[in-house]
Every structure is written in structure tokens, then in C-alpha cells.
Design a protein around this ligand. Structure first.
Ligand SMILES: [Zn+2]
Length: 271
């Protein structure tokens, strides 16, 4: 006779014939792809912040740089599986100059630049809690992703298109944006390009306005929020974002793969 835990497992399987992936949000819809929709595309993934100034602090005291690095490392293999060549900018966390980042990307021949970040909120929302015996700041008011483009960058129009499509793809994947950057207070007050999908204009962001290639900044989640901090670390969440990026990049840069196919049909195909 099976032991009690085995019986429990069996009965739970019988009750739930179509078990979802462990813990996956039922509202999530991963943008699956087949083949190599990004064939020939070179994508720069910038890991936001650096070791000496590691960015925002999470509700549990983990610096943003760790989140940015982990998420970029999760996104890169998915883009590569889709056929892209990924250039990781600031992989060792030592690039302190913001303007240098898109420059590194452009020198490596990148077609676009995506800066990966994780978010915080205005200090007025901070509250105290004790986690593992240490008193820390948290704010559970806002959660969600956000996307930024600069109207001052050399490729402003394409950057804006990229940002809007990333926002739409994330929203279409079942994620929801945070709108707290639009709050009319000092340090925020960012104009929204699209409220529904969480896309903002932030023209003076140095890392974007100095870019010579289409460039966006993606805040993957609000890590001062106690639940979202945990969500942002989940591989399935990072994978969902990665697949939304593949979908977007294939839409915005369709020519890369087709160019080759076009040439092949001209010179190498049937006559
Ligand atoms: Zn950041």
C-alpha cells in the first residue's frame, strides 16, 4: 500500500489532471517562437549600474545590480536560441560611465541596446520591516514593469517604436506595468507614451540619449516591493520577459533574417 504522502500526491494528480507549471501565474502567456526569428540580429544587453554604485536596494537588502545581472543572463540564452548574437555590456559590473555603455554596444556592431534595470519608488513611500533580524525599507504600493525611451537619442523614432512594442509584448504576456513614474512629484513626472502598456519618455536618461543605435531601458520589476522582489528572481518570470523581447525584436527588426533569405532567393535559389 502506498504511503500517505504518495496517496496524497496521487489524489492531487487525479483532482488536477492538467497541472500548471509549478507556481506559474495562470494569466501569463509566454510568446513562444519557432526557428530563428532573430537570425543575424546583434542585441546589446546592458547590465544597469556597477559594483561601486549597485543601484536600488531590494526589500530584503539585495542590490539592484544582482537582479540586473541575473535577468540579463537569463534573457541572453533565449535571444541566442532565437538566432541573435548577444553582446553583454558591463557583464563584470565595472563599467561606471553611462555614456560608454551604448558606445561599447555600437562598437561591437549591435543593432539595438536594451538596458536592464529593476525599480524602486520615491522615498516618501518607504516603510520599515524586519527581515532576518535586520530592519529594512520596503514599499508595497507599486509593482510592475516599465519601459523608457529618449526623444533625444540619435535613433529616437526607432527607440520609441521598440519601447512601445516591448511594452505591448510584456502586457500581452500577462504582465502589468507600474505607473508611479508618472506621478507629478520631483524625481518622477515622466510623460507616458502609453499608459496601458507602461511606456514612458525619459529624454535625459544618459544611457539612452547618448546611444547611436535604437535604445530602451527596461525596469523589470519593483524590488522594493516585498512580493515583486521574489517574483523578479524567478526563472519563469525572467523567461517570460525574454520571450516577449524575442517577439518584439522580430517585429522591429524583421529585415535581418529576411535580407539573407532574399539574397538567397536572388542568387542561390531556383532560376
Ligand atoms: Zn537601475
Amino acid at each position: 500500500m502506498p504511503s500517505r504522502p504518495v496517496l496524497l500526491l496521487l489524489s492531487s494528480l487525479l483532482l488536477c489532471p492538467a497541472l500548471p507549471t509549478l507556481g506559474a501565474d495562470p494569466a501569463w502567456k509566454k510568446a513562444e517562437f519557432t526557428g530563428k526569428p532573430l537570425d543575424g540580429l546583434r542585441v546589446a544587453l546592458d547590465i544597469g549600474h556597477y559594483r561601486l554604485k549597485p543601484g536600488a536596494m531590494s526589500a530584503r537588502g539585495v542590490p539592484e545590480l544582482s537582479f540586473n545581472l541575473a535577468t540579463a543572463r537569463a534573457i541572453a540564452p533565449v535571444l541566442e536560441k532565437a538566432g541573435a548574437k548577444v553582446i553583454l555590456v558591463n557583464a563584470d559590473g565595472t563599467v561606471s560611465s553611462l555614456a560608454e555603455r551604448p558606445e561599447i554596444a555600437a562598437k561591437a556592431g549591435a543593432d539595438c541596446f536594451i538596458s536592464i534595470h529593476h525599480d524602486s519608488v520615491n522615498d516618501k513611500y518607504l516603510r520599515k520591516w524586519t527581515h532576518e533580524g535586520v530592519e529594512r525599507d520596503y514599499a508595497d504600493n507599486f509593482r510592475g514593469y516599465s519601459v523608457f525611451a529618449s526623444a533625444k537619442s540619435a535613433k529616437a523614432e526607432k527607440s520609441r517604436e521598440l519601447a512601445l512594442r516591448v511594452g505591448a509584448a510584456l502586457h500581452g504576456s500577462g504582465l502589468r506595468p507600474t505607473l508611479h513614474h508618472a506621478e507629478p512629484i520631483q524625481g518622477e513626472n515622466r510623460p507616458l507614451l502609453d499608459e496601458k502598456t507602461g511606456v514612458y519618455e525619459f529624454s535625459d536618461l544618459v544611457v539612452l540619449k547618448s546611444a547611436t543605435i535604437p535604445a530602451i531601458l527596461l525596469e523589470c520589476g519593483v524590488i522594493i516591493h516585498r512580493e515583486e522582489e521574489l517574483l523578479a528572481q524567478r526563472p519563469d518570470y525572467q523567461d517570460l520577459i525574454a520571450h516577449a523581447l524575442v517577439k518584439t525584436l522580430a517585429e522591429v527588426f524583421p529585415a535581418k533574417g529576411k535580407e539573407k533569405k532574399g539574397l538567397k532567393s536572388l542568387f542561390g535559389g531556383k532560376r
